[in-house]
Ligand binder design. Structure first.
Ligand code: CU
Length: 275
């Protein structure tokens, strides 16, 4: 019996499977990709995850289908105990593999780089980010310290609050810093993750698009109570935010008076003591 053309058979199988599976994966899994659609940045992350998943689907199918095809088509007949011919290297396969994987990785690297520069992408851009969203921005300073985050509001008399509320539909300019060790400010549902380093003003932009409760964590092991750096934040309507921040100003008026003046960074304790 003549040997079938395995190349053509497998290529047809793979192209067909990819043509069916890739759109299904993009359409069905895309909308449920993390971290959701609560902010412009989170939605951007979801788009990127969908693109990566779409690009990975044919690659996964190639590997898995080839494994299954090989098990079925190249199985030894029962009772036979033959060694196959010793084949070493195949210039065509190796070149194709190298070229295809290199091109795919470079395209995705280019895509990732471009996407990172769009509206800050929810990651910290350092003290002077390359891309700054246009329009009015609400400034909030995120201060990491062992072991909690506090929030300082320069536009509201420099009051410092233990919890975070944000108004919906407004671009927020977060200034992430730390008083002691390295922390990382992670607001999963907002699509925000930014390092909180002492002496560094790390700027990150986020625009919430719907009212929601979100989780806040520290994502950098920072000491024994690192795990306790957890809180829920809220995105609320503009009017609810206005009354919340006014309430905070009254509640913490006495504390605000003795706080150091608002600054992009604060000296960690040992430096302060050393002058
Ligand atoms: Cu921490």
């Amino acid at each position: 019996m003549a040997e079938p053309n395995h190349w053509r058979r497998f290529a047809t199988l793979w192209i067909l499977a990819s043509a069916i599976a890739t759109p299904l994966v993009v359409l069905l899994l895309g909308p449920i990709m993390p971290p959701g659609s609560g902010t412009v940045q989170a939605r951007g992350h979801r788009t990127d995850h969908t693109v990566l998943l779409g690009a990975a689907t044919p690659v996964l199918l190639l590997v898995v289908l080839y494994l299954i095809y090989a098990i079925v088509a190249f199985r030894q007949p029962k009772g036979a105990a033959l060694e196959g011919p010793a084949i070493r290297g195949d210039a065509r396969v190796q070149t194709t593999w190298l070229v295809v994987t290199s091109v795919l990785v470079l395209i995705l690297a280019g895509y990732g780089t471009i996407r990172l520069e769009q509206d800050g992408a929810g990651s910290g851009g350092g003290p002077s980010p390359l891309v700054v969203p246009k329009g009015k921005k609400l400034q909030v300073q995120v201060i990491g310290q062992q072991w909690e985050f506090t929030y300082r509001w320069p536009e509201y008399g420099g009051v410092e609050t233990p919890h975070l509320e944000l108004p919906v539909g407004q671009t927020v300019e977060l200034h992430v810093t730390s008083l002691d060790v390295i922390h990382s400010f992670w607001a999963y549902q907002l699509g925000v993750k930014a390092d909180a380093n002492p002496g560094v003003d790390n700027v990150v932009f986020v625009k919430p698009t719907k009212e929601q409760t979100f989780e806040l964590r520290c994502s950098e092991l920072c000491g024994i109570w690192h795990g306790a750096m957890f809180d829920h934040g809220h995105v609320v309507s503009q009017s609810a935010f206005d009354s919340w921040i006014a309430e905070q100003q009254t509640k913490y008026a006495a504390a605000t008076k003795v706080l150091p003046p608002y600054s992009k960074t604060y000296l960690p304790e040992p430096l302060r003591r050393g002058g």
